[in-house]
Design a protein around this ligand. Structure first.
Ligand code: NAG
Ligand code: NAG
Ligand code: NAG
Ligand code: NAG
Ligand code: NAG
Ligand code: NAG
Ligand code: NAG
Ligand code: NAG
Length: 708
């Protein structure tokens, strides 16, 4: 084939191969690392000539899963380049592949090769046999760790091997030596690409192992620790595949809004959004309120298919749509009659999401019934046969509330792990738009070229300066107080006006009720919501307001012991929406911000006492850049176990998955796991012995969730 190409083509090819060989040793010769110099929105630092281009991971054409139909991505694993199809997990930092043993009928007898089921392997996105790879370096059996608070537990055989994105003929970047968990449990039917940057700490005696994302970043395959992801949707007129971009996002898929969320400090629950509204429209009723609690914060997690909602909200769904809870499977199974009724009602569910401690702006994501019209197949949750189901689940505790993949069919998630912020956008369904990859550049390479943020609060010199002009300060304070009262009244008035307006619109809509489509979402719908908060609340530049603001954020810092709140997005003011967080009152009667409440709540669930927290420095102007936020307070809380002195904010920490199982040599000595749900898969049944001492690590381990 070379002679046919002519000399120039040959030279170009040779050059490309040579360049690729320089960047990526060995087999990945046909992926060529590209660097870019054009970085919209970012100014490269002096000395940085170019940065790696963002990587669009090509989706497969397949839709797989036993809990719905999900678009997958291909990986090439090991030196034999085994092709596996996996999901994207925003919660995990590892590569998970399905072990070939998962598809051997009788796992207790691995010698019986004939028992291997190719249908099973196909259904699970192809399995991986570690003996097929000469470069596999086995590490041992460890807990899978993530999602165990949902009762989705299991062990994995962990090791290190090469993992490339893409497939033969369409290869992406390649990591030579990265953490791989091989999975058997049917709790996780498909493997995944972990998008989280936290490292894995297998044991206290082994150095923390960098995540797959960190590997890609450090080998300069991607411009930052960031990604953009949407799950894709099979149900639109044109099937729309998922989209995964590493080191950037695909601007062609989103309806822009300028709401930015801040990562929460718990790196096992960091992509947290507050639910400000949850309504449904059906053909017969508009604006049905489903938000039966007003303290709801949800964790966005693409590892999970369903939406785990508070029980009260599940009840509201049951009442509104006639859903029936199936006790055997814990699912809302949908039979033909209910399916017909749902198609007739054609419900359309709108989430209004925000983050009160950083801004009042919200974004609205609307899910049509088709997004909820999923099919589950055995062995999912012990089902005996295929069944439609409505993918909401009862979440008993607030640390179980999750917006899963179902939600990400209609939402695009962009996460910048280094700047510790993320955004959610409604999907632009315009068909046939060309991909428009925009890079997110690491602070190591570039500065955001947005207008520099104003300092939050007042510096101490400014405070002294103002104190000197005491009368002036007094006047300012008075006007601030006056403004504050005016603002609150104004706010309430506006709320009332808004409610009235909505009622009017609803009435108007009701009068022309023949319109069958309840989802009022054209492909190019305008930015929803994001404007609301900001036009309603004029930006106040009053210094005293800054002081109020400052106090609140330093309060948060005392609680957090750190400055996570202080990320970039400071032009917007903090306003509490009235009456939204009932449990916000602390013993001292001080109002807690949502952020603080969240932190406190996390600690409660972690079994860590929030009191006795040493104060963090109240005036921290610049947030330290940390991949894994951790506060001094948390470190000192576990100081019985851990010397605080060896902890610095930049030490990578927080082993999440795969902690604390003794390595064993065969599957049959696996330290047993008992799923909390009491639901087991056949394969697992073989591993499980009644109760073992290992089980106690479950809770005790959680206490050290911030330890590293
Ligand atoms: C790509 O950019 C990175 C970061 O600036 C740099 O280290 C690397 O040498 C560049 N690679 C090429 C091929 O220009
Ligand atoms: C995995 O590969 C080894 C070596 O090729 C083979 O002996 C074994 O049977 C394979 N296991 C399965 C489950 O296919
Ligand atoms: C699995 O294999 C073992 C040993 O060959 C046998 O004793 C056991 O009954 C088998 N279990 C099943 C469920 O077939
Ligand atoms: C919630 O509690 C119920 C009853 O105790 C249980 O069946 C269900 O599995 C629990 N859900 C989760 C997500 O833990
Ligand atoms: C791969 O990574 C592991 C863990 O960091 C390390 O122990 C091992 O030596 C590495 N293997 C190679 C071939 O670099
Ligand atoms: C994680 O690694 C660090 C650094 O090697 C070590 O000090 C720490 O004890 C480890 N933590 C756990 C839970 O294994
Ligand atoms: C993070 O914050 C910066 C500065 O405010 C903003 O420009 C960027 O869009 C945010 N990133 C995300 C993913 O929201
Ligand atoms: C639901 O109905 C209300 C009132 O007609 C309307 O304002 C709103 O846009 C509708 N929501 C959706 C998602 O169509």
């Amino acid at each position: 084939m070379l002679p046919a190409r002519g000399r120039r083509g040959f030279l170009t090819t040779t050059y490309a191969l040579f360049a690729a060989a320089l960047v990526l040793p060995s087999r990945a010769a046909d992926y060529v690392q590209k660097n870019i110099t054009n970085t919209p929105g970012f100014r490269l630092l002096p000395g940085v000539a170019s940065v790696p281009a963002p990587v669009a991971v090509a989706p497969d054409q397949d839709w797989m899963g036993i809990d719905g139909a999900w678009n997958t991505f291909s990986l090439l694993v090991g030196d034999a380049h085994a092709n596996v199809r996996v999901l994207a997990s925003t919660a995990s930092q590892q590569i998970w592949v399905i072990s070939c043993l998962a598809c051997v009928a009788n796992v207790t007898d691995p010698g019986s090769q004939h028992a291997f089921s190719p249908e099973c392997a196909d259904s699970r996105g192809h399995t991986y046999n570690t003996s097929d790879s000469d470069t596999w370096l086995q590490n041992g059996y460890y807990q899978l760790w993530i999602e165990k608070n949902l009762g989705l537990v299991g062990n994995g055989l962990y090791g290190f091997d090469s993992v490339g994105l893409g497939q033969e003929g369409e290869k992406g970047p390649y990591v030579q030596n990265t953490t791989i968990g091989t999975v058997i449990t049917a709790n996780f039917w498909l493997g995944h690409i972990g998008l989280h940057p936290k490292p894995t700490n297998f044991s206290a005696f082994q150095d923390p192992i960098p995540s797959y994302m960190t590997n890609l970043f450090e080998q300069k395959s991607i411009p930052s620790l960031s990604f953009g992801y949407t799950a894709g949707a099979q149900y639109h007129d044109q099937t729309v595949l998922g989209s995964l971009t590493l080191g950037g996002y695909d601007a062609s898929r989103i309806i822009r809004n300028d709401l930015t969320f801040v990562l929460a400090p718990d790196n096992e629950r960091d992509l947290v959004v507050g639910v400000a509204g949850l309504t449904a429209n059906t053909t017969t009723a508009q604006n049905i309120n489903l938000l039966k609690r007003n303290d709801v914060t949800m964790y966005i997690d693409s590892t999970i298919a369903e939406l785990y909602l508070p029980i009260e909200i599940c009840a509201a769904f049951e009442n509104t749509f006639g859903l029936k809870y199936d006790k055997d499977t814990d699912l809302y199974l949908v039979d033909d009659a209910l399916h017909q009724s749902l198609l007739t009602q054609n419900p359309c569910v709108t989430f209004t999401l925000g983050q009160k401690y950083s801004t009042d702006a919200t974004v609205q994501i609307t899910l049509p019934y088709a997004a909820f019209d999923l099919e589950a197949s055995p062995p999912y949750r012990g089902l005996q046969e295929k069944s439609r189901y409505f993918p909401i689940r009862r979440g008993n505790a607030s640390n179980e509330w999750i917006l899963g993949r179902t939600f990400l069919q209609e939402a695009y998630l962009t996460v910048d792990w280094e700047r510790q912020n993320f955004s959610l956008s409604a999907i632009d369904w315009t068909f046939g738009k060309p991909i428009e990859l925009l890079p997110i550049i690491s602070p190591q390479y570039a500065l955001s070229s947005y207008t520099p943020r104003k300092k939050r609060g007042l510096s101490s010199t400014a405070i002294i300066g103002i104190a000197v002009g005491g009368g002036f300060l007094f006047a300012l304070l008075m006007s601030a107080v006056a403004w504050w009262f005016w603002h609150r009244r104004h706010h309430r008035k506006l709320e009332a006006m808004k409610a009235q307006y909505e009622a009017d619109v609803a009435a108007a809509a009701a009068s022309k009720k023949d319109k069958p489509d309840t989802c009022d979402v054209p492909p190019m719908s305008p930015i929803r919501g994001s404007r609301e908060g900001r036009t309603v609340f004029p930006k106040a530049e009053l210094p005293a307001d800054s002081a109020v603001h400052h106090e609140m954020s330093s309060g948060a810092k005392e609680k957090d012991g750190m400055a996570v709140v202080e990320v970039e997005n400071t032009e917007r003011q903090i306003y509490e929406m009235p009456g939204d967080m009932p449990e916000r009152q602390e013993a001292g009667g001080r109002q807690l911000s949502e952020k603080e409440t969240m932190v406190v709540r996390e600690r409660l669930y972690n079994g860590v006492d929030p009191t006795g927290t040493p104060n963090g420095s109240p005036i921290v102007q610049e947030p330290p850049r940390r991949l894994v936020p951790i506060s001094p307070s948390e470190v000192s809380m576990v100081s019985g176990r851990l010397a605080t002195s060896n902890v610095s904010p930049i030490t990578p920490r927080t082993p999440r998955n795969g902690a604390f199982l003794e390595a064993t040599d065969t599957f049959f000595q696996l330290p047993p796991y008992r799923p909390r749900d009491g639901r087991r898969t056949e394969a697992e049944e073989d591993f499980l012995s009644p109760v073992s001492p290992m089980e106690s690590t479950d809770t005790s381990r959680r206490r050290f969730s911030y330890e590293s």
